[in-house]
Design a binder for this molecule. Sequence first.
Ligand code: PA5
Length: 472
Amino acid sequence: MSDGKLLTYDPTGVFLAETGISPEDLAGVATQLEAARTETMADVQLFHSGGTVPKEKEPLDSAFIDMPNRLLAEYRADRDASELGRILKTAERLRESVDRVVVLGIGGSYMGARALMDACCEPYFNELSRADRGSRPRMYFEGNNVDNDASQGLLRLLGNGKAAKSVDDRWAILVISKSGGTLETAAAFRQFLAKLQCSCGDDADALGDLVVPVTGTSGRLFDLAGAIGCKDIYNVPDGVGGRFSVLSAVGLLPAAVLGLNVVQLLEGAVAMNEHFQQASPGENAVLDYVGVSHLLEEKRGANIRIMSVWSKALEAVGLWYDQLLAESLGKAERGATPLTTVNTRDLHSRAQQHQEGRRDKLITNVIVDNWRCDPLAVGHSELNQDKLNDLADKTLPDLMAAAIQGTNQAYRDDNRPTADIHLPDTKEHAIGQFFQMMMLATVVEGRLMGINPYGQPGVEGYKNNMSRILGR
Ligand code: PA5
C-alpha cells in the first residue's frame, strides 16, 4: 500500500526565461483550466442523465471518470453480487485451476493490463516457480498483432494443444474486445481457442470455464461466448472507450487474476478524482500538468512530449500513456507526439538528442520514491580494478537518485523544460492515481484545445481498408 499518499507534480523545471514558461503564464490559464474541468465533470452528469448529447460531443465516453467510485460503492454494498466481487471470484477460480493465462486484446483492450503486470508484479514474474508466484498464473499477451512467429511461439509454449493433466499445464484465455470484431484479436482467439479445446480433451464443459470474455453486450465476440458456453462474461460498460477502460473489467480482471489489489487500484483512482475536483490550479496535479504541457506546445512549439520513467517497471505504463494521448488528441492535424523513455537505460540512447537536439520537447520525469525490493549496495571487492570500492556503500537507489539529479541539472543548464511527477511507489494505489490523472488530463486538454478526446476516426479508416483488401 502507498499509505494513501498522493503522487505530486512539480513544474519548477519548466520555468525558464527563453525556452520555457513563467509561473505567471501558468497562472494566466487557470480560468481556462477550471472551465475545462467544469466541462469534463458536467459531461459525466450529461452521460448519466441520458440527456441529448450535442453532435460535437459524440461519442461521449465520460463514464470512466466516476467508474472507480461506482465500482467500489457497489462492492461495499453487496460484495458477492457486485461486478468487482464477481471479478474477484473468477480470478480466484482461474488462479486455482491454471498456471498460464493468455490475454487476447489490442490497444486499449490490453495495454492497461500489461502496464499493471509490469508495474505491480515482482520483476521476472513469469519466470518464477508457481510457489514463488504464490500460485498466481503466468500471463502472456497476444491478439495485439498478426505476427506469425510470435503466435506460433506462444502456442508452442502452451503445449500446442497437448492434453492438460494438471494445473501446471492447464491454461486459460481472457479475450478482451469492446467491439468484439477487431481482426487481430478475433483471429488470435480462433487460433488459441482451437488449441485450448484440444488441451481440454473429452471435458466438453471445461472450455466454458477456461475462456472469459470481456466485451460489449452484443457483437461477434458476445455471440461466440454464448456458443462456447462461457460461465463468466464481463462487460465493457457503455460510455467507457477502449483507452479509458483500464479501470473497468478490461484491466481489473487480468489484474485480479495476477493477484493484484484491485480495491487499492480503484481507491487510488478515487483519490485522484477527489484531488482533481477539489484542488485549485497551482496545486492540482491534473490541471497543472495540462497547463504546462499546453503552454509549452502553444508558446514554444514543444509538441514532443517525453515521459521519462526512472524505473523499468514503468515502461509499459508509459506506453499505455503514449496510446492514450496519441489516439485521443492526435486529430485535426494537431496533438502532441508522446514518447516514453526508460532511464537510466535510454540516457545512453536518446538523452543526447533530448538535451541538445531541436527545442521541441517537454520532458516529464516519472520518479519512484520507494522501491519494491531492498536497496542493493554496489559492494566491496578485492578486484578493485574498476575503482568501485569508493562507491561500495552506495546502493542502486543512490545511483538512480544521482542520475536523476545530474540529468535534471544538465537539462536545466541547457534550458530544457523539465517537470517531475513523483510516485510514492509502483504499487496499486499509486498506479491507480497515475492512470486516473492521465486520463483526466487527456480529457481536460482535449476540452481546452476544442478536440473531442473520445472518438477514434483515423483507426476506422485502417480497419475498413484492411477488411476491403482481405475481401471481407
Ligand atoms: O482506444 C481505443 O478505442 C482502441 O485502442 C481500442 O481499444 C482498440 O482498437 C481495440 O478495440 P476493441 O476493444 O474493440 O477490440
